[in-house]
Each structure stands twice: as structure tokens, then as C-alpha cells.
Design a protein around this ligand. Structure first.
Ligand code: ATP
Length: 367
């Protein structure tokens, strides 16, 4: 399956530079998710790859072939749009067939491919219907089928699930992932939904304002965010952050917030070389890393007693929102414990010292 490279890509709309000197390599068979807030340039980047927009500078390679100025139909890519973009007057079969006959594919071969894709997507019984006779989820399957029958090595998805309700979105998410596991094609998938990104991607590129903030596996992005933007954007709730200043205490490095009596001994940490006395930092930790009750297997912890703000319960999971150092922090708790904790004005919180993220406050970069 093909690999893709964006080299020094620049894209402007008039005076507005939407993408500035972007570099990104996507390995063959990868499921790459472009993740970022609305307006960050994800769709623009996808459209540049598809050839629906033209780059202002740089080059786009597919399997080392420069496709920067090729016509979309000559790039060997299939695309699935958010709006499905089905032809209303054609049947499902007609929609899937569209584009095959114009490429000189024989009737017999086209029928074979349509039957194959329809079986894979479980839409065989819908082949003679028109799009208006289908549900949203069925239309999306047809749009995916139309991409699959082209049998290109690269498939692009632009927010394909955003028009579906939550249940259908979950189902289609699994279907698309299963298809990728089966076909092992190279996928570039645009979304602002981090759950889609975390569950489907083999690699994620987090974008903001036309710049890639971090490129890595879902685990890397979640556990070791490269900067404060990623720490805040990825994860629900977002990573907890405390404002502190670094101090040296003998051989150890300590993050302190003197006005609130916060003192977190960072010990001999890997970022020590980059951390200077007096540096303002943000100490980050995820809601699920915090413990309300001390556990011996948690390693070194530091305890804080935090006033309770409120609880948020959703089925078996719950979050306690507590005040620490003047900020609201989220702690994941077992939903069954919520009522027991609710009656307490303050809760002890144990922060495992090995689960900390330290960011330089002025630049937002991870130390
Ligand atoms: P969303 O998730 O909302 O679709 P996105 O991350 O895909 O957002 P783009 O659609 O790529 O963002 O848009 C990036 C920026 O470029 C936005 O500021 C948008 O207003 C601008 N933009 C996009 N297309 C054009 C255009 N044809 N002319 C002028 N500006 C454009």
C-alpha cells in the first residue's frame, strides 16, 4: 500500500496563510487521523492531498511519486465526504458504479467489485434503492462502498461520521476500523472528535492553526503530550494542570506553588537538565492517575486534601471535581463510590509522582 509525504507544504487563501511549511510522512497501511479544532486546516490538507485544492509551495509524494499538480483522478485516491455526496437520481448500485465505467473497467469486473463491497458493508439488499430511501448510516455505507470499489491503496475520509447519531457513529467507527484491519489500505481520516482519533488511528497528527503540534501513536499523544495545546485538546476531561515554579532542594527538583502550599518533589527527573531554578511550569496529570485512597502499588505519591466542588456521574464511571491550588481538577472515581464521597466536604487525593507531565509555562512545551 502506498506511503504519503507532505514536504514543506504552504497553502494560502488570499492573504490568509492556512498551512505554513508543514511536513508529515504517512507510512503504508497506516490509519492516520488528522485531529484538531474547527478551522485548524485539516480539511484543507486533505483536499490538497486529494487534488481538490492546489498547494502554494512544497510537494506531495505518493509512493515517492510527485503528485502535487496531478489531476485528482490521476492520484490513485478514493475519498469519502462528510456530506456523502451521493447522486440522488442514481441507485446505490449506480452510485457505486459511477467512476468505474469511465475508468474503462469492464461491466463484469464492476459487478464483481460492487458485490464484494456490498457484502463487506452489508448493503446487498439496498443496491436497487435511491439515496432518499436510505437512512443516514446506510448512505454513509454507500459512500464508503463507492470509495472501496475503486480499489485504490489510499482512502481519504473527511469527518464521515459527523452527521450520524451517537449510536450509529460508534457502530460505523468499528466498521471502518474493521475494514482497515481487513484491507490494510492507507487511510487519512479527518476529525475533530478525539474519541474517533483515539480508537481508530494507528498514528495521530494533532493540528492547530495549520501547524502540526504532535505526531505519534494514540498512546504517545495521550500519555506524553508534546505541549499544552495537545494536553488540553486530547482527553476528556482535559489534563489537569497546576501552575508552579521550579525550585532546587539539595539534589532534587521541586515544583512549588507557595501561595497554596503545593510542593511536589519531582526527584531526579528526566527533564532535570532542561529545568532551571525559578522556571514557571505547569504540572499536568490525568484524572485517572489520581487516587482518592492510598494504594501501596501506586509507588511514590504526594497527598493533597481538596475541597469538593461537584460530581459528574455517567454509568459506572464518575468524576469528582475538586479544588487544588485554586483550580478545578478532575479525579476519576468508581461511580459506586460517588454517593459515599459526596457527603464529605474535602477528599484526600494522592498524586503518583511517576505520572506527572511538566510543561514550560511561557512556551507551553513539554520539558
Ligand atoms: P472544520 O473541522 O470546521 O471543517 P478544518 O480544520 O477542516 O475545520 P479548514 O476547512 O481546512 O479547517 O479551514 C482552515 C481555514 O481556512 C479556516 O480559517 C477557513 O476559514 C479557511 N478557508 C478554508 N477554505 C477557504 C476558502 N476556500 N477560502 C478562504 N478561506 C478558506
Amino acid at each position: 500500500m502506498p506511503s504519503i509525504a507532505f514536504n514543506n507544504i504552504v497553502k494560502k487563501f488570499g492573504a490568509l496563510t492556512v498551512i505554513e511549511n508543514l511536513n508529515l510522512s504517512i507510512g503504508d497501511g497506516e490509519f492516520l487521523v488528522l485531529l484538531g479544532p474547527s478551522g485548524c486546516g485539516k480539511t484543507t490538507l486533505l483536499n490538497l492531498l486529494a487534488g481538490l485544492l492546489e498547494i502554494d509551495d512544497g510537494e506531495i509524494l505518493i509512493d515517492e511519486r510527485d503528485v502535487s499538480y496531478l489531476d485528482p483522478k490521476d492520484r490513485g485516491l478514493a475519498m469519502v465526504f462528510q456530506s456523502y455526496a451521493l447522486y440522488p437520481t442514481k441507485t446505490v448500485r449506480g452510485n457505486m458504479n459511477f467512476g468505474l465505467s469511465s475508468r474503462g473497467i469492464s461491466r463484469e469486473e464492476a459487478d464483481k467489485r460492487i458485490a464484494w463491497a456490498a457484502r463487506l458493508l452489508q448493503i446487498e439488499h439496498l443496491l436497487d434503492r435511491k439515496p432518499s430511501q436510505l437512512s443516514g448510516g446506510q448512505r454513509q455505507r454507500v459512500a464508503i462502498g463507492r470509495a472501496l470499489v475503486k480499489q485504490y491503496g489510499v482512502c481519504l475520509f473527511d469527518e464521515p461520521l459527523s452527521n450520524l447519531d451517537a449510536k450509529l457513529r460508534n457502530e460505523m467507527r468499528m466498521e471502518i476500523k474493521k475494514l482497515h484491519n481487513q484491507l490494510k489500505n492507507t487511510v487519512v481520516y479527518v476529525t475533530h472528535d478525539q474519541v474517533e482519533a483515539m480508537t481508530m488511528a494507528t498514528k495521530i497528527a494533532v493540528m492547530n492553526k495549520g501547524v502540526i503540534q504532535q505526531f505519534g501513536t494514540p498512546d504517545e499523544i495521550y500519555n506524553e503530550p508534546a505541549n499544552l495545546f495537545v494536553a488540553d485538546f486530547v482527553g476528556s476531561p482535559a489534563m489537569n494542570l497546576l501552575d508552579c515554579t521550579l525550585r532546587r532542594d539539595g539534589g532534587d527538583l521541586v515544583a512549588v506553588d507557595e501561595k497554596d502550599g503545593i510542593r511536589i518533589n519531582l526527584g531526579e527527573y528526566k527533564w532535570k537538565a532542561k529545568a532551571a531554578e525559578g522556571k514557571p511550569v505547569k504540572i499536568g496529570f490525568r484524572a485517572e492517575e489520581l487516587l482518592i485512597e492510598e494504594r501501596h502499588d501506586a509507588g511514590n505519591t504526594v497527598r493533597f486534601d481538596c475541597p469538593v466542588e461537584y460530581f459528574e456521574k455517567s454509568g459506572p464511571d464518575a468524576f469528582a471535581f475538586l479544588t487544588m491550588s485554586g483550580k478545578s481538577i478532575a479525579v476519576r472515581i468508581d461511580g459506586r463510590d460517588a454517593n459515599r464521597y459526596r457527603s464529605q466536604p474535602a477528599l484526600p487525593v494522592y498524586l503518583p509522582l511517576t505520572k506527572l507531565n511538566v510543561f514550560d509555562a511561557p512556551t507551553g512545551q513539554r520539558l
